[in-house]
Write a protein that binds this ligand. Structure first.
Ligand code: IPE
Ligand code: IPE
Ligand code: MG
Length: 237
């Protein structure tokens, strides 16, 4: 082992779960849990900047989450608009480059306009890629990639034999991102809930009972600590 330099995971992905339970335990509406959860996102972005983590991907709203009561969904949409407007300029100054992962179809024109604006006016200096999975479904992402690749074949641009894992990766929303090294799930459930299905093939998983609004830099450090103790073999010995 040379030196004691600690190599931070270059990509951390987080399933931010437990906002509703956090609110319920306090007799508050679920939306209040989402509001406090959004503040935690800002804290964790700063923690990643400090530690030199290059990529942070957060699961903010799944395509399955549309099944929730209309009031909760519109509360989340309102908070997303508020979060993007309030923090985009601030985080951009810190070198945070914003990426949207997910379908545009289904999102309101208002939110789409904000997302477009962030994509077009992104940070020049890219200290941290903040990817927000919003209106995201891992299976939809893969299906959409399959469709794009099939149409390349149909047009005669490529042959079936040209379809490689790299090509599939390039047609995902996450095309320019490395795969996550560490996948954190808060709220205690041991499942992936349709998040980054292709990309997490060899990610280290870490589940905590901590509910997302209670997540802190300390919790993140615990996860990273555990990550450093893991032995990643990628199928080798
Ligand atoms: C995660 O918290 C945030 C979203 C899914 C938008 P939940 O809202 O799922 O909170 P719990 O799991 O019900 O506590
Ligand atoms: C996963 O949480 C989605 C997000 C964190 C955005 P859910 O609360 O939707 O997941 P399930 O329903 O427990 O699988
Ligand atoms: Mg949940």
């Amino acid at each position: 082992m040379k030196g004691q330099e600690i190599k931070q995971p270059s990509h951390i992905a987080i399933i931010m779960d437990g906002n509703g339970r956090w609110a319920k335990a306090r007799g508050l509406p679920r939306t209040e849990g989402h509001r406090v959860g959004a503040e935690r996102v800002r804290d964790i972005v700063y923690a990643c900047l400090e530690m030199g983590v290059k990529n942070l991907t957060i699961y903010a709203f799944s395509k399955e989450n549309w099944k929730r009561p209309r009031r909760e969904v519109s509360g989340i949409m309102g908070l997303a608009r508020f979060f993007f407007k309030r923090f985009f300029d601030e985080l951009k100054k810190e070198g945070v480059f914003f990426v949207h992962l997910g379908d545009t179809e289904g999102l309101s024109p208002g939110i789409l306009k904000i997302i477009r604006n962030m994509e077009e006016n992104n940070a020049a200096e890219r200290k941290l890629y903040l990817s927000i999975a919003f209106n995201y479904s891992g299976r939809s992402e893969i299906t959409q990639a399959v469709r794009e690749i099939a149409s390349l074949v149909e047009r005669g641009d490529i042959e079936v034999g040209d379809i490689t894992q790299e090509l599939v990766s390039e047609h995902l929303y996450s095309a320019d991102l490395p795969d996550p090294d560490l996948l954190i799930r808060t709220g205690g459930e041991h499942r992936v809930s349709n998040f980054l299905l292709w990309q997490i093939a060899y990610s280290e998983l870490w589940v905590t009972d901590t509910l997302w609004p209670d997540f802190s830099k300390q919790t993140l450090l615990e996860a990273i600590d555990e990550y450093h103790r893991r032995e990643r073999r990628f199928g080798g010995l």
